[in-house]
Design a protein around this ligand. Structure first.
Ligand SMILES: [Fe+2]
Ligand SMILES: [Fe+2]
Length: 196
């Protein structure tokens, strides 16, 4: 069992209390971030724990499919998540310096919502993290509909909204792999939405 597996084992019980899609969300991000870390020569010791732990704070949120742009819950889950992440990293005796960095990034991982894009500009691992966190929405028609639902939008209306999201201008995809994923996943979603 790798240290990452141990971190995941300790994080899972929190995700079971989290949002409807949290476990597949984190499993998918783990798989993809591992691949991209190899392609882009990224620091897995930083990226993987951020991916595995970033949303544990939703375990403290009652709402199971919260509004994906809702400020209060986002701010709350970042803060609560950073405390839980700190505990888990301590339990597995994770490198102290890295743990500090990981916890600090978890505390700001959705700061784009507050108009702060610095974490994603100063750190390539955070840029990839943000690409994948965003891309999760369009990985399947079910996740796409759930995101639309969280905002009270019909999926077709949400498609137009999502196609013009501020992410695309403020934090453009940071590597060819994620850019390609965006183009192909949105094409598939459009196909599904256009089929009666
Ligand atoms: Fe989050
Ligand atoms: Fe996330």
């Amino acid at each position: 069992m790798t240290t990452y597996d141990k971190i995941w084992e300790l994080a899972k019980p929190y995700y079971e209390k989290g949002r409807i899609f949290d476990i597949p969300h984190i499993e998918w991000m783990q798989k993809e971030s591992n691949k991209i870390a190899d392609i882009e020569s990224l620091d897995k010791k930083l990226l993987l724990p951020i991916v595995i732990l970033h949303d544990v704070g939703y375990s403290k949120v009652k709402e199971k499919n919260p509004h994906i742009k809702g400020k209060d819950i986002k701010v709350f889950h970042m803060r609560e998540g950073s405390y839980i992440a700190k505990d888990i990293l301590k339990k597995v005796n994770y490198d102290k310096e890295k743990s500090k960095q990981i916890v600090n990034y978890i505390a700001v991982h959705d700061n784009w919502l507050l108009g702060d894009n610095t974490p994603f500009k100063e750190c390539k691992e955070m840029a990839v993290f943000n690409d994948l966190d965003f891309l999760w929405v369009s990985t399947s028609i079910d996740t796409f509909k759930a995101a639309a639902d969280s905002m009270g939008m019909n999926p077709k209306f949400f498609y137009d909204f999502w196609s013009k999201d501020e992410k695309l201008t403020n934090r453009p995809f940071c590597c060819p792999y994620t850019q390609h994923m965006w183009d192909s996943s949105m094409k598939l979603i459009k196909g599904r939405l256009d089929t009666p």
